[in-house]
Design a protein. Structure first.
Length: 239
């Protein structure tokens, strides 16, 4: 993603680099300029290229967008750069909210970022043409509850990037994780593609389509001995 960050004075660059370091650690990576590369676990540019091939919108012109579980705002900024009229990011961890707010100012993008839980999303935030939901659903113990709340404020499309079961025989099932997965005790679920499609429809969307995997670690297991899921993309439509 070309962020068009153009800063020439060396002293100003030094201040920006210092601020980025103070705001770390980062989960989202940002390749903002040849002199400013924010290193994180999630390589947004690489994942975005895969999601684009699976149907992530290349044009958000005039759309209102809710980014639920936005982290440092990578996909919020993508939506804004691709023409979104309004973008609101909701993130539970205040550390990531500070990062998103800082980058919004740095990039000159007028995204709004608030520290809140996706469970609390309601009409007070407004309604949104598009809801972005990347890397969130497996962190939610009660996903149908949150999906219903997202559906209530979404007028058109939900975009879900998540971890999915790779075994086709398990596509209509979901694996509940008791304890940690990949070292993270907040990983609660790995969904079968058809399972999450059904949950999205049950939450209030008229249709849901799993568009495919972009990462498939077949035959690998987590440190806890759990078969690893792949990463994939699902699109839900209200009508």
């Amino acid at each position: 993603m070309n962020w068009h960050l153009d800063v020439h004075p060396a002293e100003e660059r030094k201040e920006i680099l210092s601020a980025v370091e103070r705001l770390g650690p980062w989960y989202h990576s940002f390749n903002l300029a040849d002199w400013l590369k924010i290193e994180g676990i999630h390589d947004g540019d690489s994942v975005l290229a895969s999601l684009d091939r699976l149907g992530f919108p290349r044009d958000f012109s005039g759309k209102t967008v809710l980014d639920a579980g936005c982290n440092a705002g990578y996909y919020s900024f993508v939506a804004k750069r691709r023409g979104a009229e309004r973008v609101l990011g909701v993130e539970l961890d205040p550390h990531y909210v500070r990062q998103a707010q800082h980058l919004s100012n740095l990039l000159g993008l007028d995204g709004q970022f608030i520290n809140d839980d996706a469970h609390n999303v309601d009409a007070s935030l407004g309604t949104f043409d598009i809801v972005i939901c990347t890397g969130l659903m497996y962190h939610i113990p009660d996903p149908t509850n949150v999906l219903s709340k997202l559906a209530a404020v979404c007028t058109d499309t939900i975009l879900i990037e998540s971890e999915f079961l790779l075994d086709p025989a398990l596509t209509s099932m979901g694996r509940f994780i008791e304890g940690a997965y990949m070292g993270d005790p907040t990983n609660w679920w790995i969904y079968g593609p058809q399972c999450l499609e059904g949950m999205v429809r049950a939450a209030g969307f008229g249709s849901a389509e799993f568009r495919g995997f972009y990462y498939e670690p077949h035959s690998e297991k987590s440190p806890e001995g759990i078969p690893r899921g792949g990463r994939g993309f699902l699109i839900g439509k209200k009508h």
